[in-house]
Ligand binder design. Sequence first.
Ligand code: AGP
Length: 588
Amino acid sequence: MCGIIGLIGNNEEDVVDQIILGLEKLEYRGYDSSGIAVLDKDCKIKRLRAVGKLHSLKAKLAVDRISGSIGIGHNRWATHGTPTEKNAHPIISKNVAVVHNGIVENYKELKFDLKKDGCIFDSDTDTEVIASLLQRGINNGASPREAFRKMLQTIEGSYAIAVMFDLLPDTIMIAKQRSPLVIGIGANHCVGSDITSIASFCSEVVYLEDGENAEITKDGVLFFNRNFNQIEPSRHRISIEVIDSGKGKYQHYMQKEIMEQPSALRRTMLYNKIDKSILNDISRILILACGTSYHAGMVAKYWFEKFLKIPTTVEIASEYRYRSPVIEPNTLVIAITQSGETIDTIEAVEYVKIHSNSKVLAISNVKNSAISRIADFVFYTEAGAEIGVASTKAFTAQLAILASIAFMHYDFLIQELQSFPTYCEEVLNLYGAMNDLAHKLCDAKSAIYIGRGSLYPIALEGALKLKEISYIHAEGFAAGEMKHGPIALIDDNVPVICLCPDNELFDKTHSNVQVALARGKNVIVFTDFGKSEILSDEITKIILPKIHVEFVPILYVIPLQMLAYSIALLRNTDVDKPRNLAKSVTVE
Ligand code: AGP
């Protein structure tokens, strides 16, 4: 998490507005605080920082304008140190300003050592040791380049760093280790945590690899490997699709992204034709993912075992490498990650690569993301940029790819899948119904979601959507598991949202619905026309289109996304940037 940007103006122009534009694009990475530092015309470091979202920094800038033709900026998602102004980046130590995304893991030892040398610390951040190490180097007579290289040899952990020195007023020094960083070359030479943040300033980009570092000036960029030998990495032209098209007519990105699902699904299926050879000699599938992507993996397990007859395990990536997992021969590993950057998923894949010969298939929404560079092959969900922190269209697009793999031997299912987006369009008309339901549920303290079979992961996903954007406590359960404990939570004030399509598990789930109704009066059932008439009148029913049973999980998640969105609106939360969260999770 955290977003960093650095930019050098052409012809000495002021870069503050461009840095703010870049920070707007990076706000999804963290919004506990933001800050900017520039070198002014007298080569003095000028800095402004503000707690909270970027608009606070903009308000400060409006009254206390700084300007300069070289600058760095930062959006923070707090790890070390509370979200206060003193902990906001850029962190300065006399001649040096630093922005950092990642964690300096050996910061305690380094801080102890630096303090013994008389260094004074102003913040509680791990990042301040970077600034202090650089300053100590300068004080000891090193050049900025020497100090920067020595610092890189001293710190451990993960980092994307951009540094400005007042002694070297035309250069930004940067380095990357396990945190994303893209360098832009073109009208401006620049650096950012992702491509969208710098796409408007340059025409080509270079994705730095771990251990690589660079020096950016207005005349060009010098690239170095971890041994500081100069290298010439390959450059990529920026395609138009990376430029975020904004919210359009919608109030929030999340709303727009929910509505975009039919087109996202169509594009994803069009661009991903599954080559059956990916399963040659495969006798097991291991899925690694986090959060919503993990729920997509859980749905896939049902499909893979039923249609491919391949035993499938789904693992929470953050847990996986901290036990001693057995990776059997002929296992295909599928890493699912919207951002392609989630450190837990990346590290789990690295673990697999070290401990087995398994091939890794990545499913990601971001071209050239970190996962795509370590996987053996990649399927891209063509959902377009997903900006809202709560994942919606990326999830259904992931399911479309996973379904295409699962049904590869069943042409009729693949054909049905092609027509599936039309049903999504129908479900999107339920906004009014979800809004009415939201009025009934928005004051709940807690909510329960239940489902069976492939609807169980959708219950988990529905609960996750509700908790992350409305801050209502919500839990998803396998419907049959309720009687083993969670049923004790039900009373008239706890809504129970039941996913009960007309499939082979209908009768069983219906029994669970009745049991819930016997204990609480707020039971809501999402079902289809087939059996809705047998449901008790006391139940609130949401009727969805009748579709092939295998596609039900993809369809049923959509009204749950809309419901969470409508409830969050009524509770007046910041839907696209919910508290404490960040879109892309690059710390463990
Ligand atoms: C989803 O709404 C969440 N914001 C979160 O659970 C997310 O799915 C998770 O962090 C994994 O992200 P990834 O798909 O980018 O790896």
